[in-house]
Design a protein around this ligand. Structure first.
Ligand code: GDP
Ligand code: MG
Length: 428
């Protein structure tokens, strides 16, 4: 197997950049460039090209097989983070026999192949690296830390016991079967089903945390939607004007709202118009605000007719609080009055539903768990029949286990790997 190398840190100017080299021969290859230190000790070394000229001085750290991220022998070079320094060592490494630049995600792929991470942890690692907010980070680290995989192991172990109990009864004669056996099987199946269901319940919100929530500001023309968006963004992203019908596109701003990724959308004011472009903008406003997690109805008066149907999470907010006395929830995009209050209200609404324990985040996981539960529901039904169809029930449980194996990456792993690793960048 080739040794692979790549810059592990982001490319660009930096105090320190790390170049990672992994593979059975990595220690030998590294020895061509410096006197490598003992395993596990970061030591300052002169790193020289193969002609003996100094490239840089930096820390060199060797990992033994079985004790590195990839599970292979690995060497890290911590050099000064200049573009030229890094590319010099990369080009020297590429000249070495049996040594090549890693493909995107290849370090993680080797960690997976060597059993250091499972499929869910690989996805979580990708999420952790991409995490922009605290909620995203918490969610990803929980899965990376193995909590989701642990849950899978418990489900699988219990269901296998249920299968074993059913299979054993098939071999018994009728009068030998313990009478309460089906009760234990039923309780195992019900337990697994409700545990999976609770993970599934929270998966919608979990995937929102990963991808971000959306909040649409909607209302009649000139109520101050664009001004409010600019105030939330802290900069002018939308044109504001006293001329009605100024905003025609949906303008988006993504912010970190108390640890949540939230995209605020400014929309075209909703009114009757003959202007074709404005009409398009208005129809886009409707479409986008319909799928938003929260709509903020900005109004002149709380008796005003709303421009769309109000959902249970939506908020009605009075505008232009700087020029008048208004009761209730009111903001001024112009002065910023009430804006942080509005933002807190929104983040509380979103955070209230945020799960704090293990969740299924990816479509792949959700689909597999839902399929497993369909089989468990069928098994449950069979377990209530008399006489009990042991073989059929056992078969459904077996199907459920197979679905869990898809989710936890024990079977058919190849078919999903390409998709997963295509989202990784070089050096991961
Ligand atoms: P939109 O059509 O809803 O996007 O409204 P704009 O944000 O473009 O604002 C329409 C007009 O109302 C502009 O002249 C703004 O300066 C004014 N305006 C917007 N928000 C406020 C506010 O909070 N207070 C005051 N006094 N004027 C505002
Ligand atoms: Mg506007």
């Amino acid at each position: 197997m080739d040794a692979i190398f790549a810059q592990a840190t982001a490319s660009g100017r930096a105090g320190v950049s790390i170049i990672r080299l992994s593979g059975p021969q990595s220690h030998d290859i590294a020895s061509k460039f410096c006197n490598i230190p003992v395993i596990g000790k970061a030591v300052l070394r002169s790193v020289r090209d193969r002609g003996g000229k100094l490239i840089d001085r930096g820390l060199v750290l060797c990992f033994d097989q079985g004790a590195s991220f990839t599970g292979e022998k690995t060497v890290e070079f911590h050099l000064h983070g200049g573009l030229a320094t890094v590319s010099k060592l990369l080009s020297e490494l590429s000249e070495c026999h049996g040594c090549r630049l890693a493909r995107p995600g290849e370090f993680t792929r080797r960690a997976l192949d060597n059993g250091n991470l499972d499929l869910n942890q690989v996805e979580a690692l990708s999420d952790l690296i991409d995490a922009e907010t605290e909620a995203q980070r918490k969610q990803a680290i929980m899965v990376l830390d193995g909590h989701f995989s642990e849950l899978g192991k418990v489900w699988k172990k219990n269901l296998l016991r249920a299968v074993a109990l059913l299979e054993a009864s098939i071999d018994f004669s009728d009068d030998e079967i313990p009478t309460d056996l089906h009760l234990e099987v039923r309780s195992i199946v019900e337990g697994a089903e409700s545990s999976i269901a609770s993970v599934l319940d929270r998966s919608v919100i979990a995937s929102k945390i990963r991808q971000g929530f959306t909040v649409a500001i909607v209302g009649a023309p000139n109520v101050g939607k664009s001004t409010l968006l600019n105030s939330i963004a802290g900069k002018d992203v939308a044109i504001t004007s006293a001329t009605a019908g100024t905003t025609r596109d949906v303008i988006e701003v993504r912010i970190n709202l108390n640890g949540l990724a939230v995209t605020f959308m400014d929309t075209a004011g909703i009114r009757d118009t003959d202007d074709d472009i404005e009409k398009l903008g208005i129809s886009m406003s409707y479409k986008r605000s319909e799928v938003a997690d929260i709509k903020v109805f900005l109004v002149n008066d709380d008796q005003d007719e709303l421009v769309a149907t109000k959902g249970k999470s939506d908020l009605i907010v009075l505008n232009k609080a700087d020029i008048r006395e208004v009761p209730g929830l009111a903001v001024s995009g112009k002065t910023g009055e009430g804006v942080s209050n509005l933002l807190n209200l929104i983040s509380n609404k979103l955070l209230k539903e945020t799960p704090t324990d293990v969740v299924a985040i990816r479509e792949r996981q959700v689909a597999g768990l839902a399929a497993a539960n369909t089989f468990l529901a069928k098994a449950k039904e069979l377990l209530h029949q008399e006489p009990l169809p042991y073989e059929l029930a056992s078969q459904e449980l077996y199907f459920a286990c197979t679905q869990l194996d898809f989710v936890f990456g024990r079977i058919d792993i190849e078919s999903v790997l390409d998709e997963i690793f295509s989202s990784f960048c070089l050096g991961k």
